[in-house]
Design a protein around this ligand. Structure first.
Ligand SMILES: C[S@@+](CC[C@H](N)C(=O)[O-])C[C@H]1O[C@@H](n2cnc3c(N)ncnc32)[C@H](O)[C@@H]1O
Length: 270
């Protein structure tokens, strides 16, 4: 990836900011910019801030190979699959922020129909190529939901931390898009975990994706009849304990939760 970046086009444009200042993103100016257009050698310290759509398009090719992908494979996926496998009788499932298809693939083992929705074209393209039985739609979740049906299971794996109005999203899903016994499974980096943003290195650039911390307690406040179970995972709970030098924010000594899983089970209204 690193060696051939100069021949690839990036899904966004970068323009110099001042004489020697940092390059900044102008997403609207040009749909693509050949990396060869850069006039100076790349400096690994250069950072680019991007919103989810352009950001995940930019990092789609490296997403599955990142150290954090391994972290989630080993630590989150077995737990989330256990929750799904114990539900039984799943007809329809929705995977919000389906990315490269990780949980759509898992859901397909237990559900008759799985829809994966993701704002990034690049991530969706990879999901389609990896998970042939999946039904992937490139869409912002807010555009998709109003037309969507009700689901037996909705998975939000590390997507709410990219959504500014996540409380409203959770409330909308629970009140309008879960069947009577439907379940929502939310998993994400814990807001108390010492991270600031989601960051990937691509072609010598550090791409920082818009990231939001949400109050988990507020997700659970709503009128709909639903029972919540929250589990918080600390370093000592991890199946796979990574070495801190590659995971600077995962430090045993912080004593802070790293990620959480919040499961909401809907009860039929009286
Ligand atoms: C950290 S990735 C997680 C991908 C996948 N759930 C997984 O577990 O590997 C977050 C995904 O959410 C998507 N996303 C972010 N904001 C979104 C939105 N408003 N609507 C739909 N997808 C969104 C991103 O494009 C990205 O693929």
């Amino acid at each position: 990836m690193m060696s051939n970046w100069r021949t690839e086009s990036l899904p966004f444009s970068l323009v110099p900011h001042g004489e020697d200042g940092p390059r900044v993103l102008r997403r609207s100016q040009s749909p693509t910019l050949l990396a060869a257009d850069f006039r100076t050698p790349l400096d690994r310290t250069e950072s680019i801030g991007l919103a989810s759509e352009a950001g995940y398009d930019a990092i789609a090719g490296v997403f599955d190979a990142s150290p954090w992908a391994k972290f989630w494979d080993r630590n989150e996926q077995p737990l989330l699959e256990k929750v799904i496998s114990e539900l039984g009788g799943i007809d329809t499932a929705l995977d919000i922020g389906s990315g490269t298809g990780r949980y759509s693939r898992v859901l397909l083992k237990y559900a008759r129909t799985v829809i994966g929705v993701d704002i990034s074209e690049g991530m969706t393209r990879i999901a389609k190529s990896k998970v042939k039985a999946g039904n992937f739609i490139k869409s912002d979740i807010w555009s998709f939901l109003p037309a969507a049906q009700k689901f037996d299971v909705v998975v939000c794996a590390r997507v709410l931390s990219h959504v500014p109005n996540a409380e409203k999203l959770v409330r909308t899903i629970v009140t309008d898009h879960l069947t009577d016994h439907g379940v929502i499974v939310i998993s994400d980096l814990h807001p108390r975990h010492s991270y600031g943003m989601t960051s990937f290195e691509v072609g010598g650039f550090r791409i920082n994706l818009d990231t939001f911390k949400h109050d988990i307690g507020k997700f659970q406040v709503m009128n709909a009849p639903i029972n919540w179970t929250l589990k918080e995972f600390y370093y000592e709970d991890l199946n796979w304990k990574p070495s801190p030098h590659r995971f600077s924010t995962v430090r045993r000594e912080t004593g802070l939760p790293i990620f959480y899983m919040l499961v909401g089970r809907r009860r039929p209204a009286w």
